[in-house]
Design a protein around this ligand. Structure first.
Ligand code: ADP
Length: 527
């Protein structure tokens, strides 16, 4: 049996068997969390998974940098500690509060020289990476470790630290140097972002010299923060079962497939959930008109509002295709752009909301200028408009080249906006193609195509247009999608099972976890 399937069955079994097991103390470390600060799906996950785990009666606390926006959105905060850390001239302050609207305790790491600046969490207002990102997230990792080792004056020591993406990659590495350390889990939300920095920056971080080596943090003559998580953590997870398999291949592994293959016995894919308190059309306060599966006709009011917002003619009968997301190569926007001449021959309107690469922003602006009555574009980050776009579109376009999990397709299912997706990662794990048998059995929820090629996407779009004109079939497709349940409760249980399982394993201070191969074998796997 495939080891990932086996893992899943073992974990699910553990969920069923869980009785009154003791409460675990968990520190959840991340670089963004909704509603404090958000650039993408990581924030959605970090804002909702801890709450779902807290609801399972575990003591989970969230820790992230005290960016000004996050501080502003956090509500009441109290200074609870000041610590000295390598890399910071001044003592680092720890602020304590709650993740808004939850019982989850929150620590914000306040180091003004690194985090108190205008701009994004990773980039300048002009969109360039902060030049000192290595120092910023090394300092954050050191602060997380101080809390994890109960050396931050908080009188609390977690059993386990759950790290997320490269910004927290140094945490498992640094903790591996400690005796009696908590267990570590590292979640890959997107393997393409690795936190790579040059030799000079590595030297300045004052990390152990022997970490500049293939079997620890070095990656093609750079230091790789994500490798800290992949090499040193006790367990690796990623955000969908299919992506967990894909990242062990050359096509999706971003050069780390050898390492991930080597660690496959400790690699689990757990599909993200949706926070249906935020993303439900029946109670969404950001919509002009709420609706449910029974009042689907009310969705049309959102469509009219969306057409109005984007300056498109308010026509109910024309199919409106929407896309929201970061404008980057990964999301396959160029496939849509390539198809524009073809799409304009069809009875459809298109709306786009996003920010990202300049060339894609420019191409969208140009398309809008040339076809203002057919194509609406907002180059912006706008939470409210994203909700309207999910609700007001008829079809959601998400032709990602790869997609670790993807949240927008999950939202669009709930908003009765069937998604068009590529058969990859979390998209493959969450959308059921509207082919003949699936339509017949009332299990279809969207349109799936195989290869990231414009022609394949076009065929999926034509299939959608065809069904859009068959009202009963379309309504059935919408309602089947709305009924799908991707709430956090199931995924959160699986995480808690995994935490329990990881805590049962003895820990080690050498790379690559106990019971697996020695260093030399790891080096071989990496070549
Ligand atoms: P990723 O994490 O790769 O960006 P996901 O689909 O997992 O992609 O999550 C993206 C999240 O960010 C969703 O909640 C989406 O609505 C939001 N988002 C992305 N771009 C924008 C934007 N321009 N305006 C508003 N929300 C956005």
């Amino acid at each position: 049996m495939d080891s990932l399937c086996f893992e899943y069955i073992v974990l699910t079994q553990a969920t069923l068997n869980r009785g009154n097991l003791p409460v675990m103390d968990i520190l959840f470390a991340c670089s963004e969390a909704h509603p404090l600060i958000k650039t993408g799906g990581l924030a959605d996950v970090s804002g909702s998974l801890p709450r779902a785990i807290k609801n399972l009666k575990q003591e989970i606390r969230l820790i992230l940098p005290a960016y000004p926006v996050a501080r502003g959105n956090a509500g009441i905060l109290r200074l609870v500690s000041e610590i000295s850390l390598p890399g910071s001239q001044r003592p680092v302050r720890i602020l304590h509060g709650r993740l808004p609207h939850t019982r989850v305790q929150l620590y914000l790491i306040d180091a003004p020289e690194y985090f108190d600046r205008a701009g994004g969490p990773y980039s300048t207002p002009a969109g360039k990476d902060w030049p000192d990102n290595a120092a910023r997230f090394a300092l954050f990792a050191r602060a997380v470790c101080a809390v994890a080792m109960n050396q931050a004056g908080l009188d609390w020591k977690p059993d386990l630290v759950h790290c997320n993406d490269w910004q927290t990659g140094l945490v498992p590495a640094l903790l591996s140097l400690q005796a009696k350390r908590p267990a570590t889990i590292f979640t890959i939300h997107n393997l393409a972002y690795q936190g790579l920095f040059g030799w000079d920056q590595f030297k300045a971080l004052q990390l152990p010299h022997d970490w500049w080596s293939l079997d620890t943090l070095e990656f093609h003559d750079k230091i790789s923060f994500i490798k800290g998580g992949l090499v040193f953590s006790d367990w690796i997870t990623t955000v969908s079962p299919t992506y967990a398999k894909e990242i062990r291949t050359t096509e999706f592994g971003c050069g780390l497939e050898g390492l991930l293959e080597h660690r496959k016995d400790r690699l689990t894919g757990i599909l993200n959930g949706v926070d249906y308190q935020v993303w439900s059309p029946g109670r969404d306060r950001l919509l002009p008109q709420t609706y449910t599966a029974r009042t689907l006709e009310s969705k049309l009011k959102n469509k009219a509002a969306l057409q109005g917002t984007f300056g498109l003619p308010a026509k109910a009968e024309i199919a409106l295709f929407g896309h929201v997301g970061r404008l980057v190569e990964q999301k396959g926007l160029d496939l849509i752009l390539d198809l524009l001449p073809e799409l304009l021959k069809r009875p459809m309107q298109l709306v786009f909301l996003g920010t990202g690469e300049a060339r894609l922003e420019q191409a969208l602006r140009k398309a809008h200028r040339q076809h203002q009555d057919r194509i609406g574009v907002q180059i912006d980050y706008d939470e409210k408009l994203a909700h309207l776009l999910e609700a007001g579109s008829d079809v959601f376009l998400m032709p990602s080249r790869f997609e670790p999990c993807g949240l927008n397709q999950l939202y669009s299912l709930r908003y009765a906006t069937p998604p068009i997706v590529r058969n990859t990662g979390g998209l493959a794990d969450s959308v059921i193609d509207a082919n003949g048998p699936n339509l017949y059995q009332h299990t279809a929820t969207g349109f799936v195509f195989e290869q990231a090629r414009p022609r394949q996407l076009l065929r999926a779009i034509d299939r959608a247009l065809n069904l859009f004109n068959r009202q009963d079939v379309w309504k059935d497709l919408q309602q089947t999608g709305m009924r799908e349940d991707f709430s956090w409760s199931r995924s959160a249980s699986t995480y808690v099972d995994l935490y329990e399982q990881v805590l049962k394993h003895p820990r080690t201070t050498t790379p690559d976890s106990p019971g697996t191969s020695p260093r030399q074998k790891l080096s071989e796997a990496l070549i």
